[in-house]
Every structure is written in structure tokens, then in C-alpha cells.
Design a binder for this molecule. Structure first.
Ligand SMILES: [Fe+2]
Length: 266
């Protein structure tokens, strides 16, 4: 049994700054860490935390240091991929000491955690909202999957490999490499789930025979409005986190932020 908690889009900033002039994203993350401590009591030991990008909102070293400081009390291994708000060079220098990131190039990585393999892919195009899976990243994925012998695998990237329906987010979606990703995944016969972030909304879909799940953000969400003229507005929402549990197959459980405080006999 292997248990991984996925969080996403923490959007941390320098001390004293707010996101969208409103959101205290560090406070939201601190609340989440408190919840994870409680969840650990309810579900038993957790093997790792994974974070599907936009760790920082402003790309500063201070924002990454705040992230590390807030999560340190959990004493768990943490694995991250960059999102469009992250800055690759600063991200690398702040997290390189964890030992799983490459020293140069795209931040693609592979790590075995418990009984599953986790692969992180870098979709960041620096300075742009949209993402890409470039040739090197696709080759990295293909060669890594070839070595795994169809073992259970969790594949993480920031930009969803599907259209969400939220127009202004799809406009900054995964513009390049989506078809090739599908081609590579279609030949993988093992249990594999794809997890992502970016759209601050939990959507479950399929890609060439594999389940794909986007995680909510730790701090904000959008109204699910599929009209072209939907207002580009953000909602404060300390979203749920997703527990990915491997035992004889993957189960992914969204644990909500707001739960009734009182317990009643069932
Ligand atoms: Fe993003």
C-alpha cells in the first residue's frame, strides 16, 4: 500500500504580499498543513506529498522558502513540478538539494515511492501562461516508461492534457505535445494515472485508456462557466486535496476542506 497526497497551485508570494490583491495564500497553505496532520491520523502513514505546479505566484526565492518552511512540520518527502508561475532557475536552486531534480535542462524526473513510480514532467514555457511538452520531455517520458515494465505509475504535470471548458484557462492550456503524450501513454499497459493542476478545479477524465485527474488549488478556484464571455475572476477557496492510494489499483479520494465539525452516530 502506498499513499500519496497531491496538492496544487499554492501560489505563494513574498511576505506581506497578496495574490489578486485578496488572497493570503500562505495562510491557506498553513491551514492545509494542519488538515494533513489530522488526515495522517485518519488514514495512517503518508509516503509523500506531490505538488502539481504553481508553487510560487511571483517566482521569488522567498516564496519557495516560505513553501518549504510551511511544509517542513509534516516531515514528509515532497516532489514538485513547475507551473507557469514558477521560475525554472530559482525553482531548481531552491529544491535541488532534495536530490530528485536534474541539474540542467527541463525539470523532468522519476522517483520510486513505496510500490509506485512517480514521473514529473516540466510543461513550463518561461514567461507564458500556456504550456508545452517539448521533444526532450516526451523522449524522457517514453524512455522512462520503457524501463518500468508496466509497473504502477503516477504521472504528474502542471498543465492538464485536456480542455477544461473554462475558456480563459484553456487559452493558456497545454498547447504542444498533447497528442504525442496520448500516443506514448496508449502503449503503456500497466496501471497509470495522470495528475495535474493549473485549472484550480477537480475534473476527472480519460486519455487513451488512462485516468486523468486535475486537482483543486490550495487557495482559490474559478466559477465553472463555459461561456466565451465568462468573467475572468477568481474565488477564494481552500480546496480539497487528493489522496492517491495504491493497493491492487489506484483509488483517488478528494478530501474536502470544509467538513462538518460534529460527528453524529451513523
Ligand atoms: Fe498554472
Amino acid at each position: 500500500m502506498t499513499k500519496i497526497i497531491q496538492i496544487s497551485d499554492t501560489h505563494l508570494v513574498k511576505e506581506g504580499c497578496l495574490v489578486s490583491k485578496t488572497l493570503e495564500t500562505a495562510a491557506s497553505l498553513k491551514n492545509l498543513v494542519g488538515r494533513i496532520s489530522k488526515i495522517k491520523l485518519e488514514v495512517g502513514s503518508i509516503d509523500a506529498i506531490i505538488v502539481s505546479g504553481d508553487i510560487s505566484d511571483d517566482g521569488t526565492a522567498e516564496s519557495y522558502q516560505r513553501f518549504k518552511s510551511i511544509l517542513s512540520s509534516l516531515e514528509l518527502p515532497i516532489f514538485l513540478v513547475p507551473g507557469n508561475h514558477d521560475v525554472r532557475s530559482i525553482f531548481r536552486s531552491e529544491f535541488l538539494s532534495a536530490g530528485y531534480l536534474p541539474k540542467a535542462g527541463k525539470l523532468n524526473w522519476h522517483k520510486k515511492v513505496g510500490e509506485i513510480h512517480i514521473i514529473g514532467l516540466d510543461t513550463l514555457i518561461e514567461g507564458q501562461g500556456g504550456g508545452e511538452l517539448d521533444g526532450d520531455t516526451l523522449k524522457f517520458l517514453e524512455s522512462t516508461l520503457e524501463k518500468l515494465g508496466n509497473a504502477p505509475t503516477l504521472l504528474m504535470l502542471h498543465h492538464p492534457p485536456f480542455k477544461s471548458g473554462i475558456e480563459f484557462m484553456d487559452a493558456i492550456g497545454l498547447h504542444t505535445g498533447r497528442e504525442s503524450l496520448g500516443d506514448i501513454l496508449s502503449s503503456y499497459c500497466g496501471e497509470l494515472i495522470v495528475v495535474c493542476g493549473h485549472i484550480h478545479t477537480n475534473i476527472i477524465t480519460r486519455l487513451r485508456g488512462h485516468t486523468v485527474i486535475s486537482a483543486p488549488s490550495t487557495c482559490s478556484s474559478f466559477v465553472y462557466n463555459i461561456h466565451n464571455d465568462a468573467p475572468v475572476e477568481v474565488l477564494k477557496q481552500e480546496g480539497g486535496l487528493i489522496l492517491h492510494d495504491w493497493s491492487e489499483g489506484f483509488k483517488s479520494i478528494q478530501i474536502e476542506a470544509m467538513r462538518g465539525e460534529a460527528l453524529f452516530p451513523f
